[in-house]
Design a protein. Structure first.
Length: 268
């Protein structure tokens, strides 16, 4: 770590926020990295992001990340901070959308969603989620056809199969796109990491007026259907841990449904 001594206030915020206690003081009280950082640092960037004076630079840690400097970090814009009641309504108003307009989401918007999903928390900052996104409704329906065939072979969900034969898609609900997250099973918590990334993507979609819903049937089929995995080009040793339908909602929700009361037990 390089600390610009002309800018550093020696406030200790970087050391306090390091998840692995890798930052200590030098003889002058300025922050420096412990030798263990070479093996232990997960390049989370907390130290650089929390510094109030932009005094820190994090070096390349065995190619985990390139050198991280303050000017490479996005600035937190205080004017964009939302009030708690705004955040509460935003989160509570999210719905699982299953009826979509016959209108694709432009690629720039899809890229924006994926960019937000990159910032989801992950075990040891592994960021393992990799994405496959269908470019059109035609490609999405091709994937659905593989799922239906897989169901037929395994004699499950006859109602879904019957609807498909009638031209009704009960798997991806005629969504124009589906976003599929996969990751190596060798990671620390690939399923949880992909699920968190998908949750971030879903909320980013909600903020842009794009509807989303988890595609559970497709997820399950992608674990056992060779033809589907081959079409998706899932790498060997990777599991499919999330799948989201994406598209513009056909209907607008005007109200927020009730939910069960929270179940909590306080420990004293």
């Amino acid at each position: 770590m390089f600390a610009n001594k002309e800018l550093c206030k020696r406030c200790g915020a970087c050391a306090a926020e390091c998840p692995y206690d890798l930052i200590v003081e030098d003889k002058e009280g300025f922050p420096k990295l412990r030798p263990a950082a070479k093996k232990t640092c997960i390049a989370c960037g907390h130290c650089v992001a929390v510094c109030p004076t932009a005094a820190l630079t994090l070096p390349d840690m065995k190619a985990v990340t390139p050198e991280l400097t303050p000017d490479q970090c996005g600035q937190v814009a205080r004017q964009l901070k939302i009030a708690p009641e705004q955040a509460d309504q935003f989160l509570r108003s999210r719905r699982s959308v299953r009826t979509y307009k016959n209108k694709p989401v432009d690629k720039d918007t899809l890229v924006e969603l994926l960019e937000v999903a990159r910032f989801a928390p992950s075990a040891k900052n592994g960021q393992p989620a990799q994405w496959i996104v269908t470019s059109s409704a035609e490609v999405t329906q091709e994937l659905v056809s593989h799922v239906v065939h897989y169901m037929s072979l395994n004699n499950v969900f006859p109602g879904v199969i019957k609807n498909w034969k009638k031209g009704v898609d009960k798997i991806c609900h005629h969504a124009p796109h589906v976003a599929i997250a996969h990751a190596s099973e060798d990671g620390f918590h690939p399923a949880e990491d992909c699920a968190l990334a998908a949750a971030y993507l879903e909320l980013a979609a909600h903020a842009r007026g794009v509807g989303a819903c988890w595609a559970g049937f497709l997820m399950e089929a992608a674990e056992g259907c060779h033809a589907l995995r081959e079409r998706l080009q899932i790498p060997e040793g990777h599991g499919v841990h999330a799948a989201l339908m994406l598209g513009y909602p056909k209907f607008r929700y005007a109200r927020i449904p009730r939910r069960r009361a929270v179940v909590v037990r306080w420990l004293d």
